[in-house]
Design a protein around this ligand. Structure first.
Ligand code: ZN
Ligand code: ZN
Length: 495
């Protein structure tokens, strides 16, 4: 779109000499809030804390413009310039190769647009990002905010108290909780305190699966609070709520929205590799707000910051059932890739698997690459025809996980796709080729964390078969051992 500035107001204009695309205006005037203006409450609900494109807003532009002129709506340029370099205001992209130009019918010029966040709608040099600066929707609080009545373990209680304090004081805090510690319950007291203080709060996670799993749990803990659940294709897009559960991608549509963001699984793909998602999480926070990070496996840099006192954190070193984490064993298995090329598995790997099949003990076996896993599958089906394999592109992935849970599959081969987020009650876990680069410290800790989850079967064997130990393997084991040690010291373990 093109605008002219008249009487210190932006006025939409057609192509005429003195009108400009929004990114070329030297400044964007913001009219003061008109106290008696009767704003549209639907627009208020839709836009509070957001940054949307005009085409995302199902209201006539004249109405948007009149809200702007009365101080209820803000316009920001979708693309701005640092010197001569374009920057996308929504995703933070500054890389020249992620911008492209096209003949734009809206501004009549050759218009630059951001290719990096195009899946959320096109941001170009003439795009206005539209936000809200009018009164904030009022949320009525029920007499009882939190209905969840479970008890926390000693370790969870300490973390819960720290989370609550951080949320109320707009601080950053990391909760480093081992796999199976029960980290969701740790959030409930903090969420309750935030809601009681009329704070707007968001739980964000890189993975849609986690949004879908968390939503019903939060809804049953806070049944009288409006909760929206946002992921690609969700229906809640236009709703305002005090509590939002969203994928980190969806945060790209928010701007200075939240008094507290709880970022779950900060170590998970794609959050770790996509800078735009980290940018999105930062710009979705209010300038003064709290940030709570949850992870079982912080990266090296964060671990160092914790050790040296540069990062506020709380560990939950023990699982809810008070049994220690299974410690991985390392077993050298020679050149397993070469063996598989000859349609053979290393003898110790085959023995490990066969023992479990004969003993009816379910197991997950991780492989670094699909083709070699497929070769292993053919070999293992000679032991038992119901052995299966899964990977990210497998259309039957969900069904196989369910069949594994129903104990219809004795042994499931998998890539790192099942490293997190799945729970089977009583399994052993092996990694074949643990030296491969895909098995980072964090992946290996998560994989080991699949074993011994249930209180009925708190033990499980974890074996890393390798052709040469790596630093990552050693660090993963060290992390698990030191968590167990801390669990004993803090009397969070029974033995
Ligand atoms: Zn344009
Ligand atoms: Zn962008």
């Amino acid at each position: 779109m093109r605008f002219i500035i008249k009487n210190n107001l932006l006025i939409p204009a057609t192509i005429q000499e003195d009108s400009l695309p929004i990114s070329k205006l030297s400044s964007i005037p913001q009219p003061p809030l008109h106290p008696t203006f009767s704003y549209n409450p639907d627009l208020q609900q839709l836009l509070t804390g957001k940054q949307l494109l005009p085409e995302d807003i199902p209201f006539p532009f004249e109405e948007i413009q009149s809200h702007y002129e009365n101080g209820c709506i803000t316009y920001r340029s979708g693309i701005y310039y640092e010197g001569k370099k374009p920057v996308c205001a929504r995703c933070g992209n500054k890389e020249a190769h992620w911008f492209a130009a096209y003949p734009c019918s809206r501004c009549g010029e050759t218009c630059l647009y951001c290719r990096h966040c195009i899946m959320m709608g096109r941001i170009s040099a003439c795009t206005a990002l539209i936000g809200w600066s009018g009164p904030v929707p009022d949320t009525k609080l029920p007499a009882t905010i939190k209905h969840w009545q479970g008890t926390l373990s000693k370790g969870q209680q300490v973390a819960s108290d720290h989370v609550t304090t951080a949320i109320l004081h707009n601080q950053e805090h990391l909760v480093w909780a081992v796999c199976g510690a029960g980290k969701t319950e740790v959030l409930f007291a903090g969420i309750e305190a935030a809601l009681a203080a009329k704070k707007r709060i968001c739980i964000a996670t890189p993975r849609t699966d986690v949004v879908l799993e968390l939503t019903p749990r939060l809804k049953s803990a806070f049944p009288e609070i409006k909760i929206v659940s946002l992921y690609g294709g969700s229906k809640d897009r236009h709703v305002y709520a005090p509590l939002t559960i969203a994928t980190t991608h969806q945060l790209l549509r928010f701007y200075q929205a939240f008094d507290a963001i709880i970022l779950d699984e900060v170590d998970a793909f794609p959050y770790t590799v996509e800078e735009s998602l980290q940018y999105a999480a930062i710009q979705a926070r209010k300038p003064s707000s709290a940030m709570i990070y949850l992870t079982a496996t912080p990266n090296q840099k964060w671990q160092r910051e914790c050790r040296t006192g540069k990062r506020a954190f709380t560990t939950i070193p023990a699982r809810f059932h008070r049994h220690p984490l299974p410690v991985p064993k390392f077993e050298w298995c020679g050149n397993w890739q070469k063996q598989l090329q000859k349609n053979k598995l290393p003898a110790n790997v085959l023995r490990w698997i066969a023992e479990r099949i004969y003993a009816n003990k379910q197991a997950l076996v991780f492989f670094p690459h699909i083709p070699l896993m497929e070769k292993a599958l053919l070999i293992l089906r000679q032991l038992d025809t119901s052995v299966e394999a899964v990977h990210a592109e497998d259309p039957d992935r969900k069904e196989k996980v369910l069949r594994m849970r129903a104990k219809e599959i004795p042994l499931l081969l998998t890539t790192t796709i099942l490293e997190r987020g799945v729970t089977f009650p009583n399994i052993d876990v092996a990694v074949v080729g643990a030296e491969d680069a895909v098995f980072s410290e964090s992946a290996l800790v998560q994989i080991a964390g699949r074993a011994g989850r249930s209180k009925d079967y708190p033990e499980g064997v974890v074996t890393y078969f390798h052709y040469g130990k790596t630093e990552e393997m050693i660090r993963a084991k060290k992390q698990i051992v030191s968590m167990n040690r801390e669990g004993i010291k803090r009397e969070l373990l029974d033995k």
